[in-house]
Design a protein around this ligand. Structure first.
Ligand code: MG
Length: 456
């Protein structure tokens, strides 16, 4: 098997170490060859290295005869929407999402704005490793054009999916924390156009991420929670570096992880669209399943990764997907994670129900989560999983093998999953009591340890 360049979300690396302009140019030639003289949108996030890498990618793409449409700095979902809206053949985004500032990355989109499939990623890798880049004749070099106004178009598109008048009538107060990322370019404007009083923190775009780490984890959002309380806002919202994920703070100043806001969106969606399918990775909370069962929906589980969720949604025409990390996919807009669209959905729910965010979130069932890991050499992970599957069958347990083993019990579940990047197995247990999660972790750590001991 050849070495993989694409990870869970595109190609990532440390700038000028594993991700150099030379590499960007060469992989761009492979991407351009894959798109076969097509029309490609190119945009980037606010990282210090993004414009330089975008220049290298522009050279590589045009060298193979592709026309490049420069869209500039923008949130990832705005760039994804622009590819579809302008009927282009694909797109490339320079972004490392929520990674630390020294990282950057290259994401490749298909004609519908969704990241290309795993199979297509491998096609590009093969062109790269086999040096099958097709450089164009001098008179067939691609043109470089500009595409202006994509953020305004994106904001207008989001507004078509919500009740603008109902939201405007409430005059919501909202604090936005883009974490010095490109979320600053869309969400504040969208909210103002929806009649909200908008307060911002960390809204100057700065690729060094001086205010907080780019990942909107609860431990990074203390300032946002304080700001929400200080200005008596209806809620606060934080985005990751490229603004495809959104994490919310309620009006009391409590930070809620993405599984709960997604479950709220899911519940309100199913009330209006009973019978619909909800797409989510096996690492998601059982809350998603419990809400689906209570409100007449059906859950389709996927492998862990937003690309898997997007492609499953496309395949079956699902309208809603979500991840526990704050990624919500609203199909009628686009089947990709979208921070501004997620914010608009929450506003819509607050306007329609006339209730406070804390009330709505606190009435959802509560699950306790416990995580752990077990070390294991990469070479034997496959054998360990096989052996675990056999054991689970022998014990007559109910389990899914979509990504690792998700084992279902009456009151709880545990996911045992080989890490794709580290020599470990990850364990995620979930139950209605803390004691049960601890018991599950203990039991399966021991079981994995025994299996690994026998094989190693
Ligand atoms: Mg992101």
């Amino acid at each position: 098997m050849q070495r993989r360049l694409f990870g869970t979300n595109g190609i990532r690396g440390i700038v000028n170490e594993t991700l150099t302009p030379q590499f960007a140019l060469k992989i761009a030639e492979a991407i351009g060859t894959f798109f076969n003289e097509g029309e490609i949108l190119l945009g980037y996030d606010g990282r210090t290295s993004s414009p330089a890498l975008a220049s290298a990618v522009t050279s590589g793409l045009t060298a193979t005869g592709c026309t490049v449409y420069l869209a500039g700095m923008a949130p990832t979902p705005a760039l994804q929407y622009a590819v579809k809206k302008h009927g282009l053949d694909g797109g490339v985004i320079i972004t490392a999402s929520h990674n630390p500032p020294e990282y950057n990355g290259i994401k490749v989109l298909g004609a519908d704005g969704v990241e290309i499939s795993r199979r297509q990623e491998i096609e590009i890798e093969e062109i790269y490793f086999e040096e099958r880049q097709r450089r164009a004749e001098w008179n067939r070099i691609g043109e470089i054009k500009s595409l202006h106004g994509i953020i305004d178009e994106y904001i207008e598109a989001i507004k078509t999916h919500i009740d603008i008048e109902a939201i405007k009538s409430k005059g919501f107060r909202v604090v936005v924390d883009p974490g010095n990322g490109v979320g600053a370019l869309a969400a504040p404007q969208l909210l103002r156009e929806l009649g909200c009083k908008v307060f911002t923190i960390n809204a100057n775009i700065d690729g060094t991420f001086p205010s907080r780490p780019s990942e909107p984890k609860p431990e990074n959002l203390g300032d946002l929670a304080a700001a929400v309380k200080a200005v008596k806002a209806d809620f606060g919202v934080a985005y990751d570096g490229d603004a495809d994920r959104a994490i919310f703070v309620d009006e009391i100043g409590i930070i809620h992880w993405g599984d709960r806001t997604f479950a709220l969106i899911e519940r309100e969606f199913l009330k209006e669209h009973p019978g619909e399918v909800i797409v989510t990775p096996v690492s998601s909370s059982s809350l998603v399943k419990e809400i689906a069962e209570a409100y007449n929906g059906r859950v389709i589980w996927t492998k862990v990764g937003s690309v898997d969720v997007s492609h499953k949604m496309k395949e079956i025409g699902a309208k809603l997907g979500g991840e526990e990390n704050g990624g919500v996919f609203y199909g009628p807009h686009q089947p990709v994670r979208d921070g501004a669209m997620t914010t608009a959905l929450i506003l819509n729910i607050l306007a329609k129900t006339g209730r406070k965010l804390s009330e709505l979130l606190n009435e959802l069932p509560t699950y306790f989560i416990e995580k752990d890991k077990v070390e294991c050499r990469d070479e034997i992970k496959g054998k360990v999983m096989e052996s675990l599957y056999k054991e689970l069958e022998r014990e007559n347990l109910k389990f899914d093998t979509i990504d690792g083993a998700k084992i279902w019990f009456e009151d709880s579940s545990i996911l045992v999953r080989p890490s794709g990047t580290e020599p470990i197995f990850r364990l995620y247990a979930e139950a209605k009591t803390k004691e049960r999660t601890i018991e599950l972790i203990r039991k399966y750590k021991e079981k994995l340890g025994e299996i690994i001991g026998k094989i190693a």
